[in-house]
Design a protein around this ligand. Structure first.
Ligand code: C5P
Length: 468
């Protein structure tokens, strides 16, 4: 193997290396060793094992356009909820975050550094006085080289140590040393949660500017115990993280409107016409746009979903109400119409419940609802720069979607096959074909969250290039 000495480097490189080594308090040779180890580690893993899924850096590269790849330092506390933190790592990565992990001393009883390291794509950090991690990174750099510190699960003990400013292990030392925002997801037994000491510590932490997500009400790990103390679900924590890291997003300063869910058209006070739309895709798009820093207005029909964090939600029932809310939200830069708007409504909604009469079947006269997408796409003033519709089709998918693009006057149509066999209606995945004047693009089957992020990437690219 060829050998290289510092002397062989050119002067500028040598000067940069000297400054870098001085900053880390290392000799120049040691600094070179660290750089080589990091580079070999990053590039080498996939070469050694091509069957391995792409390393984190590669998996996340596709998110570079939409988010500034938030770096999250996840501190896993020692509680039974630690198993959910493994899923949390994935959820954060799904949103484009780069995740690095510290395990508190007790966390190792619940999850292993090996499992955590495998998910993160880099080793999990455990010890304050471990020579290798201090040499490689150092607890001060761990504390600073991040955009947000997340503590999940945050045990009663960890919260107490944070409130008291303890620094007797790696997790607490980093929490004390960081100059970045901190989000905690408490998880503990209901008695421990309601204990005066815990509530006092929590009040102190909140006053110190630390943000809290959860805990939720539910069953405890201990048999027969229930109450408040369950750690927030990974998706809730990931949403809170997205809301806290969205400031630097590439859509900041942009206004995005999203419609979502079904509409409900009353027949009488108890009956209505609706459809099977869950609102999952529209809500995911609103969430992803907010995570990319946009100001988002979500106009939603009745959907059984939590409001996405950091989004202004306007709840409506009928198509006419949806149109009014959409008009009110104008002007926007981008409008995405993901709602399944009822095509027709009863001409007259009865004010009282229609009575069943023997031998007589009531006749419903339907009238057409306004086409909200088409109305916005044909606006003469303040037309959004990008108007995007969906086409749920059961046959001749692309041909029908292309016809719809022309008819509605929008810029893009996201066409999806909603034949019952696909399970898309109400399901968690979607297969999209993006149809525009420029051509057609088929996306792989993927989660609705992933579709949302891909769409935001395309939107960012289109706004940057002013192309439709
Ligand atoms: O005509 P169709 O319902 O297939 O069109 C689907 C697209 O048009 C979706 O983007 C949907 O949100 C939008 N739409 C609308 N107002 C309607 C009907 C559909 O905005 N009345």
């Amino acid at each position: 193997m060829a050998s290289l000495t510092v002397r062989q480097l050119d002067d500028t490189l040598k000067r940069l290396l000297r400054l870098r080594a001085a900053r880390h308090g290392r000799s120049m040779e040691d600094e070179v060793r660290v750089i080589l180890r990091q580079a070999a580690d990053e590039a080498g893993r996939d070469i050694l094992d091509p069957s391995k899924p792409p390393a984190q850096s590669e998996r996340q590269a596709k998110h570079d356009v939409t988010t500034a790849r938030p770096r999250i330092l996840l501190i896993i506390g020692g509680g039974i909820a630690a198993y959910k933190s493994l899923d949390l790592i994935r959820r954060l990565q799904d949103r484009g975050a780069q995740v690095r992990c510290i395990l508190s001393g007790a966390a190792g009883h619940f999850v292993t550094p090996l499992a955590v390291g495998a998910l993160c794509g880099e080793r999990a950090y455990t010890d304050l006085f471990e020579p290798q991690s201090e040499f490689d990174v150092g607890h001060i750099r761990l504390a600073r080289d991040t955009d947000l510190v997340v503590v999940a699960p945050a045990t009663a003990d960890l919260l107490a140590k944070m409130a008291g400013g303890h620094a007797d292990d790696l997790a607490t030392a980093v929490l004390l040393a960081t100059n970045k925002p901190i989000l905690v997801a408490p998880a503990m037994n209901p008695q421990m949660w309601s204990a005066k000491a815990t509530q006092r510590n929590l009040a102190q932490l909140t006053a110190d500017g630390i943000r809290v997500v959860g805990p939720n009400v539910g069953e405890m790990a201990e048999r027969g115990e229930a109450g408040i103390g369950r750690m927030a679900e990974p998706l809730e924590i990931a949403a809170a993280v997205a809301a806290m890291t969205c400031r630097t997003g590439v859509l900041s300063g942009k206004r995005v409107l999203v419609t979502s869910g079904p509409t409900s058209e009353p027949i009488d006070p108890v009956r209505f016409i609706a459809n099977r739309s869950s609102g999952k895709q529209g809500h995911a798009i609103a969430s992803a746009a907010a995570a990319a820093g946009a100001h988002v207005v979500l106009v939603s029909g009745p959907a059984n979903l939590p409001d996405p964090p950091g989004v202004s939600v306007v709840k409506i029932e009928t198509a006419q109400q949806m149109l009014n809310a959409v008009e009110k939200a104008m002007p926007v830069d981008v409008a995405v119409f993901a709602a399944a708007v009822a095509d027709w409504r009863p001409q007259h909604a009865s004010e009282s419940k229609i009575k069943k009469q023997p031998g007589r079947t009531p006749t419903l006269t339907l009238v057409e609802n306004p086409d909200i997408l088409s109305t916005v796409a044909h606006r003469e003033t303040d037309r959004p720069q990008l108007v995007i519709g969906f086409a749920a089709e059961t046959d001749h998918l692309v041909a029908n979607a292309r016809a719809k693009l022309a008819k509605k006057g929008c810029d893009w149509i996201l066409a999806n096959d909603v034949s019952p066999a696909t399970g898309i209606m109400g399901g968690d995945t979607n297969t999209i074909h993006l149809i525009s004047a420029r051509g057609e693009e088929s996306w792989p089957p993927q989660s609705k969250d992933e579709v949302a992020r891909m769409l935001i990437e395309r939107i960012v690219a289109a706004l940057a290039g002013s192309e439709r």
